[in-house]
Design a protein around this ligand. Structure first.
Ligand SMILES: [Zn+2]
Length: 440
């Protein structure tokens, strides 16, 4: 967009906003440099090696400045963030959001959730759908969910042509075809960031090998849900031979696939896989996170590369709950706040080769989470129903997507109603408010 056109648009927006709100009259004399200023928060931006108090300024949906001190007079809207943590918008690498097909018992149906209902309230601005659709139904997924969501939805294409529709559909080796899957991934290269293979219950390696063939053809990584644990295809072979560097092993602390040896220590195959460059993703879900496995792995120096939820209707109402709850579990296991932020922002962005995401560098999309870290006596439940107590809980206070407010737990961006005229109208302005004044 040309500079002159952008300035015209900004003036128009400002003029329009002032018709709606008395609160902007103090700004109307000039055209403030920034649309939004997050003031005095503790910025954790692992890609840029930052964990310190910084002000963050936003303009036209992008990060415009990050500095020790930015004058509030330069900003149209100032939000006090003292005592809070400002982080890149969280990137959840494993979710299921192909809702709305009316298919019961299916991740391409009733098991999925629409993304916007669950993302912003936990600081998530980007999700990666983990294989709900394959080459036969991806276009319907894109049209009915992805293109309509405010959340940035990326996707892994299932190697199964019909996608994650359960039962025999996901066991049909004949429907696992690299060529059309890779072709789909190339055609939707703006959205498809990898190939998924999942839930296979047979002894063959074919699903893994076909997914890797598709990944090779499309130049993208493969994410594996290793399905049933079978002696014919041990985890050591998967991680040591079958996967490529850059592929992703999800459900890494599941307790379902011999992640621990009989003596309770981590399987050396995990370390061998990491040595080769395989990434390890949490993918908590409804059946894939066990305290004893995660704890033993962390104690042995094996943290996850990425923390993800495996969001679906089951997991969100069980122990998983949300991205911030899943992150809090790793705080409870002794990880630092900086580590859990890195594992929920920059690391997953790198895993899917989308390095424009997961950080707040100047020029990056202004996808921002503002988090509080509460102290207390909290309890966290794994997929097996076991509890672990923790003294901290991450809570999402505010979320901004492309510079626009998308969630505000305590109304921190809002005026006290007593400060407004008795006949006050709709608040917020389209320069920063994506809730009351959506641009689309
Ligand atoms: Zn999943």
């Amino acid at each position: 967009m040309s500079r002159s056109r952008r300035q015209l648009t900004r003036r128009e927006l400002l003029a329009g906003a002032c018709l709606l709100s008395a609160s902007c009259t103090e700004h109307s004399a000039g055209d403030p440099e920034y649309d939004l200023l997050l003031l005095g928060g503790h910025l954790i931006d692992p890609k840029n090696g930052l964990s310190a108090v910084r002000d963050v300024a936003v303009r036209d949906g992008k990060v415009e400045a990050v500095a020790d001190r930015i004058s509030p007079s330069q900003a149209f809207k100032v939000v006090e963030c003292g005592g809070l943590y400002v982080t890149p918008g969280l990137l959840d690498l494993h979710v299921h959001v192909f809702a709305g097909t009316n298919e019961p018992g299916s991740y391409a149906g009733d098991n999925s959730v629409y993304p916007d209902g669950y993302t912003f309230r936990s600081g998530v601005t980007t999700v990666v759908d983990a294989g709900c659709a394959g080459w036969r139904n991806f276009e319907a997924f894109r049209e009915t969910v992805i293109d309509r969501a405010r959340t940035r939805v990326l996707a892994l294409a299932n190697i199964v042509g019909h996608g994650m529709r359960g039962g025999e559909i996901e066991q049909d080796l004949d429907d696992m075809q690299a060529a059309p899957t890779a072709e789909l991934a190339r055609r939707h290269g703006d959205l498809i960031v990898g190939i998924k293979t999942a839930h296979y219950a047979g002894p063959e390696w074919e699903p893994i090998e076909e997914a890797v063939r598709a990944g090779d053809a499309a130049g993208i990584p493969v994410m594996v849900d290793f399905g049933s644990n079978l002696p014919e295809r041990p985890i050591e072979t998967l991680l040591g031979e079958k996967l490529r560097p850059g592929d992703i092993y999800t459900h890494c602390f599941s307790g379902n696939r011999r992640e621990l040896l009989p003596d309770g220590t981590p399987n050396p195959g995990l370390f061998a896989g990491r040595e080769r460059g395989v990434y390890f993703d949490v993918g908590h879900g409804g059946g894939s996170f066990k305290w004893s496995v995660a704890s033993a792995c962390l104690e042995a120096g094996f943290p996850p590369d990425s923390i993800s939820t495996d969001l679906h209707i089951g997991s969100m109402n069980a122990g998983m709950q949300s991205q911030t709850t899943t992150m809090s579990k790793f705080l409870a296991l002794g990880e630092s706040l900086e580590d859990v932020i890195e594992q929920s922002t920059w690391n997953p962005a790198r895993e899917i080769l989308r390095e424009e995401l997961g950080h707040l560098s100047v020029g990056a999309a202004a996808d921002i989470a503002v988090l509080s870290l509460e102290s207390g006596d909290f309890g966290y439940v794994d997929s097996f129903g076991a509890r672990h107590r923790g003294g901290e809980r991450l809570v999402c206070e505010m979320t901004f997507k492309d510079g626009l407010l998308a969630w505000d737990l305590n109304g921190r961006t809002r005026e006290d109603w007593r400060e407004l005229p008795h006949d006050y109208g709709r608040q917020g302005e389209p320069r920063w408010d994506g809730i009351l004044n959506r641009r689309r």
